[in-house]
Write a protein that binds this ligand. Structure first.
Ligand code: GTP
Ligand code: ZN
Length: 202
């Protein structure tokens, strides 16, 4: 296996210059998908606190076009603002559609429009419910020497997979619940089927 290491690191101004972040590429096994690490120094960083990390799976429709079918765009925005404040990393993982790809996700959406839930739709396409492997995020964190972290998620599987890959997750910080009428079913399904710690107000 090729040694996993940092390939390039460049600073980019975000949000009309209000936020500055380093975009980091990697070399090694698993980087064919061009996963990106994004480092925020932390405008209100507390001394001695482990970096806050978000593993964000790519969602073109949500991240770029603010799709109302999911909460990905809102979650990404929340992660940028919070991690910019507290210091840490977003691992932007090119795992579109929970790893099945964009075209298959659109096929799954078409099935959902016929009444199937997000996980049933994947199965009907003979795809895994969730095809993501977060081990590559552990490799990225190790290359960045961020072996001890706080993790921003409601997905227990992410924390478990990082721990199994040798990352010390000292705290799990829940993400906010960005619920509205269009994505309610999608979020409820995650909570029911995947033990996501999502708390709905009503
Ligand atoms: N296959 C499929 N993928 C979806 C669907 N809706 C969103 N996604 C993908 O799901 C990924 C987001 O992951 P989620 O499972 O929603 O949430 P999570 O990131 O695991 O959990 P949190 O850390 O708590 O947000 C992105 O890659 C989206 O493209 C869908 O209906 N079908
Ligand atoms: Zn999404």
């Amino acid at each position: 296996m090729t040694e996993f290491k940092i390939k390039q690191r460049v600073n980019i101004l975000l949000k009309a210059g209000e936020i500055t972040a380093d975009f980091i590429s990697f070399e090694g096994k698993g980087t064919e998908k061009e996963h990106i690490g994004i480092y925020f120094e932390g405008t209100e960083k507390k001394e001695g606190t482990a970096p806050l990390v978000r593993l964000h799976s790519e969602c073109l429709t949500g991240d770029v076009f603010s799709s109302a079918r999911c909460d990905c765009g809102d979650q990404l925005d929340e992660a940028i603002d919070l991690i910019n404040k507290e210091g840490g990393y977003i691992m932007y993982l090119r795992q579109e559609g929970r790893g099945i790809g964009l075209y298959a996700k659109l096929d799954a959406y078409a099935l959902q429009d016929q009444g199937y839930d997000t996980y049933q739709a994947n199965e009907m396409l003979h795809m895994p419910q969730d095809d993501r492997d977060f081990g590559v995020a552990a490799d990225m964190l190790k290359a960045l020497e961020a072996n001890t972290i706080r993790l921003l998620t409601n997905n227990p599987d992410k924390a478990q997979q990082l721990k199994d890959s040798g990352i010390d997750v000292v705290e799990v910080v829940p993400t906010q619940v960005h619920v509205h009428e269009h994505n309610r079913k999608y979020l409820e399904t995650k909570a029911e089927r995947k033990a996501h710690t999502i708390h709905f107000e009503d």
